[in-house]
Unconditional design. Structure first.
Length: 343
């Protein structure tokens, strides 16, 4: 959604102060908040939620951003809208600005995080519900895979903001500069560096779900059977495990690299927890890719009212598992619905 550079200037002020300005200050006809939000489609809502999620790495933050943005426009009593125009354009400005604020503040909080930090996973059922959830729409995008988001979240907040807003949402660098408090050329440099880092990192691309399913099932079978040789054959030579716990549950506090080390790490987890069974392990989609959801309690005992205690995502390269994302921080699993954990 490219916009003119001149209209981009002063985005923050216009978004916060004017109910009749778009993302880049385009003055248009006005409709009521209720009418505009009623007209807002699921796909448009998902687009805004996806913007906030990419920037913050948090579903909770993304949804809070949307609520704040709507409240901000509700205070004015109207939003930008007119026939033939996207009624969420003005809302996009608030979502972008609020996401930037949260991304910058989140970077400071992560300095005290114990171990690696991964984005909050989007866990959905493999058989989608009749009504498509906005989160499910988000996971269809290639850059919302956990492997891609892991690299994206390792960028500086400024680099991530510039890359996402410009590449994914067509925001001109002058508009991004207004959000970051820098010049347009500097914002362009942030995006350029981010693009180079993403290219050099080469996160595994999405492969057909059937291929991933076969690998995940084979891995689980090898773990249950205690077959280290068979497990190692399923792992890429440069496989890595990225755990996320904030020190609140057991996983790797540093990335584990290499086939041998990862094999030993996975079997060490098996010795600490009960063997996976149909009652405590469920096949799900983690950010759109096949993964596993483990339910029970923090001490490893299966509970009568199952709650998510571990989400494991996988990325595949060259027919082998190349990345494993082991998320056990209870704060990032509390939002997983009971319908997902119960099956």
């Amino acid at each position: 959604m490219p916009r003119s550079a001149s209209g981009a200037r002063g985005t923050a002020e216009k978004v916060s102060q004017q109910g009749n300005s778009g993302l880049f200050g385009h003055n248009r006809g006005v409709r009521s908040v209720e009418e505009a939000f009623t007209a807002e489609s699921d796909s448009r809502h998902a687009r805004l939620l996806g913007l906030a999620y990419r920037l913050t790495g948090s579903i909770a933050d993304a949804e809070a951003v949307l609520r704040q943005a709507r409240a901000r426009f509700a205070e004015t009593g109207n939003v930008v809208d007119s026939p033939g125009h996207d009624p969420s354009d003005g809302l996009s400005g608030a979502v972008g600005r609020l996401s930037v604020d949260r991304a910058l503040s989140g970077a400071a909080r992560r300095e005290h995080y114990v171990g690696p930090w991964l984005p909050e996973p989007i866990v959905t059922l493999e058989v989608p519900a009749r009504t498509v959830d906005p989160l499910e729409r988000i996971t269809r995008a290639e850059d919302v895979r956990m492997a891609a988001l892991r690299v994206l979240q390792q960028l500086t907040p400024e680099q991530r903001i510039a890359l996402v807003l410009h590449e994914n949402f067509g925001v001109p660098f002058e508009g991004i500069a207004g959000m970051l408090g820098c010049t347009g050329p500097i914002a362009g440099q942030y995006a350029s560096r981010a693009r180079r880092i993403m290219s050099e990192a080469r996160p595994p691309r999405r492969v057909p779900a059937t291929e991933q399913h076969e690998l995940v099932d084979a891995m689980l079978a090898a773990l249950v059977a205690g077959d280290q040789w068979r497990l190692a054959r399923l792992l890429h030579p440069h496989v890595s495990v990225h755990g996320d716990s904030d020190g609140k549950a057991r996983t790797a506090l540093r990335p584990v690299h290499g086939r041998d080390k990862v094999t030993r790490f996975l079997f060490s987890l098996m010795r600490k927890y009960p063997s996976p069974t149909p009652s405590n392990v469920r096949s799900v989609l983690v950010n759109g890719d096949p993964g596993l959801l483990l339910t029970g309690t923090s001490d490893g005992n299966v509970s009568r009212d199952p709650a998510a205690v571990r989400v494991v995502g996988f990325a595949v390269r060259d027919g082998c598992v190349a990345e494993i994302h082991d998320i056990v921080n209870p704060d990032k699993l509390s939002r997983i619905s009971h319908s997902t954990t119960r099956g």
